[in-house]
Design a protein around this ligand. Structure first.
Ligand code: GLN
Length: 478
């Protein structure tokens, strides 16, 4: 069921929050050994919340998400529920407070059912780089699920939760959404509070919805957007959406994102979607995006630089691997960080420190910032003449577990289509675009700042015409 359907049945009394939670807990517990979508299934918390909601319902205070279980990426702080970022260094960390998004979800009656697996500190594109082992793609258990919000993607695709939250620094919501045949939206920078989101690269990341369909995506956006005094980067924006027609919609198709390096079958699926929109009155034009060859370098220098600063706080004193206080502080700090961080996180801290160091700052970090401004200006100039920019979400379909993980550059390639939106701060959505040999692929749409409503309008048209979103993998039938 979708969140919307659950809310309806709970409000009419045909279903109780306890029934809903028990059903999803049962699925989650049965399927998790196979998929590894959850790091923590918050069984007790979910049951307790469901019981409290029953009381609230009787008192007549429902909410927009009354009784709806939600899977939450383990990078988002949840009061009383361990939050690990899939890292050994955070093992045993139980946040004393809720992230703003969690507070808002609870206020509307949503129930946290568990914390989902991810690449450690959200650094990766396959959910293989987790201290808790890889998440498996429900469509093919030998394949990756995408990342870094892969646990959230798999949980929704396997219907272990009707909706989920992910975070997206360079594609981490959209990549797993596309690999899992679900909808994933990265909102405009500054529209969803990052308070309580454990930072990786603060100038790029946003929390966003991962859902089976477009209506649930809109519902979740209504709940999580809106100003929050705990995040100083926020703009005054509240999501609203009135579905309309795509007739007259102007689509830009940058040819660089369909050519070399992109699997032809993926490009063809996305072209099918473009033609479908055309048949509904949208118009497209092929354009050139000459900066395409620089987007990955630009993104990775900025993301790693910010990461090296953000991750300096982990000293292992309060949680994480046991800390030997008899050692001099520097030795203890080095030991804990050496044991607590995985290989990719260490690589990024080292590269980020290098890019920020005296002598190299101007050559790498500053240059990347200038390039970022150029990329942003280019995106915004395209969006003066067009409503949306269309690309594949990823250049290739879900790959085999183990195939790319040894080669960082091969993994980074997965982000070539998605990082542009983060660099420019614009919203972007991944919509199911069909299958290649039984593996899902997604089409990505970007729009101008705060034009999420346009993205949902496009996504709704695709959804109504294709019905891809109703397909569920045979692997997850119980
Ligand atoms: N794959 C990208 C990275 O590793 C994006 C990750 C993300 O969006 N959190 O940085």
């Amino acid at each position: 069921m979708t969140a919307k359907q659950i809310v309806k049945l709970v409000l009419t009394g045909s279903l109780s929050p306890v029934d809903v939670v028990e059903t999803y807990l049962d699925r989650a517990k049965k399927l998790n050994p196979k998929i590894n979508a959850f790091i923590t299934i918050a069984e007790e918390h979910a049951r307790r919340s469901a019981e409290e909601l029953e009381k609230r319902l009787k008192k007549g205070f429902p909410g927009k998400l009354i009784g709806v279980p939600i899977a939450v990426k383990d990078v988002i702080s949840t009061k009383g529920i361990e939050t690990t970022c899939a890292s050994k260094i955070l093992k045993g960390y139980v946040p004393p407070y809720d992230a703003t998004v969690i507070r808002r979800l609870k206020a509307e009656g949503a129930i946290i059912i568990g914390k989902t697996n991810m690449d450690e500190f959200a650094m990766g594109s396959s959910t293989e780089l987790s201290a808790y082992g890889p998440t498996r793609n429900p469509w093919n258990l030998e394949r990756v699920v995408g990342g870094s919000s892969g646990g959230s993607g798999a949980a929704v695709a396997a219907r272990m939760a009707p909706i989920a939250l992910g975070s997206d620094t360079g594609g981490s919501i959209r990549c797993p959404a596309s690999f899992c045949n679900i909808v994933g939206l990265k909102p405009t920078y500054g529209t969803v509070s990052r308070y309580g989101l454990i930072s990786y690269a603060c100038s790029l990341e946003q929390i966003g919805p991962m859902t089976v369909d477009v209506n649930d995506c809109a519902l979740l956006m209504e709940v999580i957007t809106g100003k929050d005094c705990f995040d100083s980067t926020m703009i005054d924006y509240k999501f609203k959406w009135t579905p309309r027609e795509v007739k007259g919609l102007r689509m830009a198709v940058p040819k660089e994102f369909f050519g070399e390096g992109t699997d032809e079958r993926v490009a063809n699926r996305v072209w099918d979607i473009i033609k479908l929109l055309e048949s509904h009155g949208a118009i497209y034009e092929e354009i050139s995006f000459p900066l395409a060859r620089y987007v990955l370098a630009c993104y990775y220098i900025i993301a790693m630089s910010e990461a090296s600063s953000n991750l300096a706080r982990y000293d292992g004193v309060r949680y994480g691997p046991p800390c030997d206080l008899s050692l001099p502080w520097y030795d203890s700090y080095s030991k804990i960080r050496g044991e607590g961080f995985g290989i990719e996180v260490k690589r990024r801290i080292i590269l980020g420190c290098f890019a920020l160091s005296a002598g190299y700052y101007g050559r790498y970090y500053l240059k990347a910032l200038k390039l970022r401004t150029m990329i942003r200006n280019h995106v915004l100039s395209i969006l003066k003449s067009f409503d949306v920019i269309v690309t594949p979400t990823t250049p290739f379909p879900p790959f085999k577990i183990g195939e790319r993980v040894e080669d960082p550059l091969a993994l980074y390639m997965a982000d070539v289509d998605t990082v542009v939106a983060n660099l420019a701060g614009v919203p972007a959505i991944s919509v199911p675009a069909g299958f290649i040999d039984g593996l899902p692929v997604g089409a990505q749409f970007m729009a101008n700042h705060c034009c999420e409503d346009l993205l949902l309008t496009v996504a709704k048209c695709i959804q109504d015409e294709t019905n891809f979103h109703t397909k569920v993998s045979k692997e997850v039938r119980l």
